[in-house]
Write a protein that binds this ligand. Structure first.
Ligand SMILES: C[S@@+](CC[C@H](N)C(=O)[O-])C[C@H]1O[C@@H](n2cnc3c(N)ncnc32)[C@H](O)[C@@H]1O
Length: 338
């Protein structure tokens, strides 16, 4: 079939999940980690990973056909530029994302038709609870989720810092700040800035050590709690990256109202939301696919500028401006109305 024909293109899309599962299994078995110090045979890798040698060889051959690993001699595999991205701890590592997306997320996506028919999430259908409740009860997937946030959103941090001037801010709260990577980078860039990292208790338990390892324990308070109950007071700016897109309108307004409450009488306090703002039109955009992931997994959505204006107004904020970054996300800045 001509790969450039309509049928060829659709056929390629239909096998997309074969590829994503292959990459997922490579990440789960940490094949890149095993190959990083030099080539190994498929049999050796099978022994190290406790897998079926002939089947593992077939997986490696398939991956090599996509440029992930190379068969340099019969049954001998080595790293390639693409497989480097499956290593842990390298800039832009996709290992955690590959591990996460192939497990619970993959199972949830198989319920897409149910989601489209009902507007409910595939995750809850499959796992009987919403993802953040699930993560609080499952420590291993929770650790992978934290790391996956850096896999998928890591490049946005320097882009945000280049696009927005944090210089006038004394204390910045990162609400739902997860593993702390964004507040860490922000505090490292702005030496006078103080930070508050706020997230659920099980997340803060893990993130506290990340802040300490970065040498920021004296400049960044780690606070545990739920943003549906309260948001810490005393910050000049409340930053939320990929928080509002996790929630429906009523829940988003509740979170924003808690930020407004935390600001008290400080009319200069800023609300900073880092999200994709969906433009009109048909142009390709990762955010339009991420929007479906929000439908399937947490039950949230990506929004248009008009929708953000509505949410801000309903929670007592004026949307002041939208600052684009070199990535798909923009910083949506708001100030208290009253
Ligand atoms: C999509 S992640 C984004 C994490 C981080 N802001 C980032 O961009 O890497 C959503 C975050 O919201 C946190 N979260 C979920 N429910 C929460 C709640 N009720 N209160 C505080 N944080 C919550 C999660 O633990 C998670 O860290």
């Amino acid at each position: 079939m001509d790969p450039n024909s309509a049928s060829g293109k659709i056929a390629q899309m239909l096998t997309g999940y074969w590829v994503s599962q292959m990459v997922h299994v490579a990440a789960k078995l940490d094949l890149a980690g095993l190959l990083k110090d030099g080539p190994r045979t498929a049999d050796d890798l099978a022994q190290k990973t406790g897998t079926h040698p002939r089947s593992l060889y077939r997986l490696l051959r398939g991956l090599a056909s996509l440029g992930i690993f190379a068969e340099t001699d019969p049954k001998l595999f080595s790293m390639t530029p693409l497989s480097e991205a499956l290593l842990d701890g390298v800039p832009g590592s996709q290992r955690a994302m590959a591990m996460m997306s192939g497990d619970e997320h993959y199972a949830s996506w198989s319920e897409l038709l149910y989601c489209v028919k009902t507007g409910k999430t595939g995750f809850e259908m499959r796992f009987g609870m919403l993802p953040f409740d699930y993560l609080s009860k499952h420590p291993e997937p929770a650790k992978i989720f934290d790391a996956a946030m850096t896999s998928v959103h890591g490049t946005e941090s320097p882009a945000m810092l280049a696009a927005y001037d944090f210089a006038g801010i004394g204390v910045l709260a990162d609400v739902g700040g997860g593993n702390g990577s964004l507040i860490t980078l922000t505090l490292q860039k702005h030496a006078k800035l103080k930070g508050i990292l706020y997230d659920l208790p099980h997340v803060i338990e893990r993130s506290r050590s990340n802040i300490a390892v970065a040498g920021l324990a004296d400049r960044c308070q780690c606070v545990a709690g739920s943003f549906f109950e309260k948001v810490p007071e005393g910050a000049d700016a409340y930053l939320m990256r990929h928080i509002i897109h996790d929630w429906d309108d009523a829940e988003s307004i509740a979170i924003l109202k808690n930020c407004r409450r935390a600001m008290g009488a400080n009319r200069e306090a800023r609300l900073l939301i880092l999200e994709t703002v969906i433009p009109p039109g048909n142009d390709p955009m990762f955010g339009k696919l991420l929007d479906l992931n929000m439908l399937v997994i947490p039950g949230g959505l990506e929004r248009t500028e008009a929708k953000y204006r509505e949410l801000f107004a309903a929670a007592g904020f004026r949307l002041n401006r939208i600052v684009p970054t070199t990535t798909e996300v923009s910083l949506i800045e708001g100030f208290p109305i009253d």
